[in-house]
Design a protein around this ligand. Structure first.
Ligand code: ADP
Ligand code: MG
Length: 150
C-alpha cells in the first residue's frame, strides 16, 4: 500500500537494527501482480539474507514487532498491507509451531520468493534435494518484473 518501494526500504532499515543480527545480502526488488484479490496495488517483493544468533521464534517475533511498528493492521489474507515479513528458511530447520512454520509452507510455488532468492543464493539446494535453479525453471516468471532499486 502507499509507496511499496519506500515500505521495503523502511523495513530494511529496521532489519539492519535487529540485535545480534546482520543483513548479509539484499535481493533485487520485483513487482508482482497481486495474488488472489485483483483489485489492489501491485506488490513489491524482495529476499534478504540474515545472519543471526536469535532463535527462529525470537526472530519471527522481532519481525512481527517491525510489522506492527510500520503500521501493519490485521487485514484480509493476501490483501493489501504495508509490509509482510516472512521467514522462508532458517538454515535447514524444520519447525511446526503455532507462530512459525519452517520452511515457510507456501514458498515453493511462488516465483516472487524464489527468483529473488535465486538472485542472492544461486547454488541453493531446496529441502527436497532439488537445485533451486532447476525448480525455478518450472515456474511461471511472467508474473514478476525486476525493478531498479537505486
Ligand atoms: P502471510 O504471510 O501468509 O500473508 P501473515 O503475515 O498474516 O500471512 O502471517 C500469518 C501467520 O503466519 C503469522 O501469525 C505467523 O505467526 C505465521 N507464520 C507461520 N510460519 C511463518 C513463517 N515462516 N514466516 C512468517 N510467518 C509465519
Ligand atoms: Mg507474513
Amino acid at each position: 500500500m502507499d509507496d511499496p518501494k519506500a515500505q521495503i526500504m523502511c523495513a530494511l532499515t529496521h532489519l539492519k537494527k535487529i540485535v545480534n543480527t546482520a543483513v548479509k545480502n539484499i535481493s533485487p526488488f520485483y513487482i508482482t501482480k497481486p495474488w488472489g484479490i485483483a483489485e489492489q496495488p501491485d506488490f513489491i517483493n524482495a529476499v534478504v539474507l540474515l545472519e543471526t544468533t536469535l532463535s527462529p521464534l525470537k526472530l519471527i517475533h522481532v519481525l512481527q514487532e517491525i510489522e506492527n511498528k510500520m503500521g501493519r493492521k490485521k487485514v484480509q489474507r493476501n490483501g493489501p498491507r504495508v509490509i509482510d515479513l516472512d521467514i522462508i528458511f532458517y538454515d535447514n530447520f524444520i519447525l511446526n509451531h503455532d507462530d512459525l512454520t519452517l520452511p515457510h509452507p507456501r514458498y515453493s510455488d511462488r516465483a516472487f520468493v524464489l527468483q529473488p532468492l535465486f538472485d542472492i543464493a544461486p547454488q541453493l539446494i531446496l529441502p527436497n534435494g532439488q537445485q533451486l535453479r532447476d525448480h525455478l525453471a518450472t515456474l511461471d516468471l511472467s508474473t514478476i518484473t525486476r525493478i531498479e532499486t537505486q
